[in-house]
Design a protein around this ligand. Structure first.
Ligand SMILES: Cc1ncc(C[n+]2csc(CCOP(=O)(O)OP(=O)(O)O)c2C)c(N)n1
Ligand code: SF4
Length: 258
C-alpha cells in the first residue's frame, strides 16, 4: 500500500482504487494518459499514479486538461477533482468544458465539504449540515454536480458512492470509453471534517448512510411514474448518449475552411 496523505477512513483511496481498476481492465496505455487535478485532498490522486500528471491550481484542473487534450488529441486525459474544486472556484470551467464537449473524463470526489482546508462549507454541502464556517448549520441550497452536467449536455454522466464499487468501476469504464465530456461523481466519506462535525460516526456508518440516503435512477423513475417522490439523492447512470466532441468538430471545421 502506498503511503498517502489521506486520513484513516477517507474515501478518496477507494475512488482511486476504482479508477485504477477500470483503467487496468480496459488495458489503457499509461504512456498515453495524463492525470490532471487542482488542489484539495482529492486532487492529490495523480501524485500517486505512475504516469504523467499535472497537479495544477485550485479549481483549474479542467482548463489544464482542456489544454492537454487540444494540444495532443492522442492523449487520454483524466481529471480528479473535489466537489469544491469542481463546483465552486472551478464551476465555470466545469460548465464550459461540458458546453464545448471536450473529450476528457472528470471524476469528482464529492465529500460535501472542503476537506483539505479544515472543513469549510462547499457548494455541495447539504442544507442544515455543520461545517467549520456554518457551525449552526448550512442555510444555502446545495448544487447537484451530476444534474448540472446532465442539463448542460454532457454525453456521459453517472453518480455512485464508495458503497457501490462494482457499479462505480463499470461507470468509470464507460466514461473512459466515451468520446466527449464524461463525468463520474462519487459520493465519498470525509470522516475527519464532514463526518466528525455532523456526528456521522465511523466511515462504515457513513458508508451505510450513503446506501440509505440514495436511490437508484431505475427505481426513482418507477416512483415518478407512480406519482411518488423522494428526498433521496439519485444515483446510477444518468446520461449515456453520443455527441460529437470538440476535437472532431474543430477538425471538420478546419477542413471546411481549406
Ligand atoms: C485560489 C485558491 N483558493 C483557495 C485555496 C485554498 N484551498 C485549497 S483546497 C480548497 C478546497 C478543497 O475542497 P475540495 O475541492 O472539495 O477538495 P477536498 O479537499 O474536499 O478533497 C481550498 C479552498 C487555494 N489553494 N487556491
Ligand atoms: S480531510 Fe477528509 S477528504 Fe481530506 S484526507 Fe482527511 S478524510 Fe479525506
Amino acid at each position: 500500500m502506498l503511503p498517502t496523505i489521506f486520513c484513516t477512513g477517507c474515501g478518496i483511496g477507494s475512488v482511486m482504487n476504482f479508477s485504477l481498476r477500470a483503467i487496468h481492465d480496459l488495458n489503457i496505455d499509461m504512456n498515453k494518459t495524463v492525470f490532471v487535478s487542482g488542489i484539495g485532498c482529492s486532487s492529490r490522486v495523480p501524485g500517486y499514479i505512475y504516469s504523467d500528471g499535472l497537479h495544477s491550481l485550485h479549481g483549474r484542473a479542467i482548463p489544464y486538461a482542456t489544454g492537454v487534450k487540444l494540444a495532443n488529441p492522442e492523449l487520454k486525459v483524466i481529471v480528479f477533482t473535489g466537489d469544491g474544486d469542481c463546483g465552486a472556484i472551478g464551476g465555470n470551467h466545469f460548465l464550459h468544458a461540458i458546453r464545448r464537449n471536450v473529450d476528457i473524463t472528470v471524476i469528482s470526489i464529492n465529500n460535501f465539504i472542503y476537506g483539505m482546508t479544515g472543513g469549510q462549507v462547499a457548494p455541495t454541502t447539504p442544507l442544515k449540515s455543520k461545517t467549520t464556517t456554518t457551525p449552526y448549520g448550512n442555510i444555502e441550497y446545495p448544487i447537484d454536480l451530476s444534474m448540472m452536467a446532465k442539463v448542460i449536455g454532457a454525453p456521459y454522466v453517472a453518480r455512485w458512492t464508495t458503497a457501490h464499487p462494482v457499479q462505480c468501476i463499470s461507470s468509470i469504464k464507460k466514461a473512459l470509453q466515451k468520446t466527449g465530456f464524461s463525468f463520474v461523481e462519487v459520493l465519498s466519506p470525509c470522516p475527519t471534517s464532514y463526518g466528525r462535525l455532523n456526528k456521522m460516526g465511523t466511515t462504515l456508518d457513513m458508508t451505510k448512510h450513503f446506501k440509505e440516503s440514495t436511490i437508484n435512477i431505475k427505481i426513482y423513475e418507477k416512483m415518478l411514474a407512480e406519482g411518488k417522490t423522494t428526498d433521496k439523492m439519485v444515483i446510477g447512470e444518468l446520461v449515456d448518449i453520443e455527441k460529437e466532441d470538440f476535437n472532431t468538430k474543430y477538425n471538420k471545421f478546419c477542413g471546411e475552411l481549406k
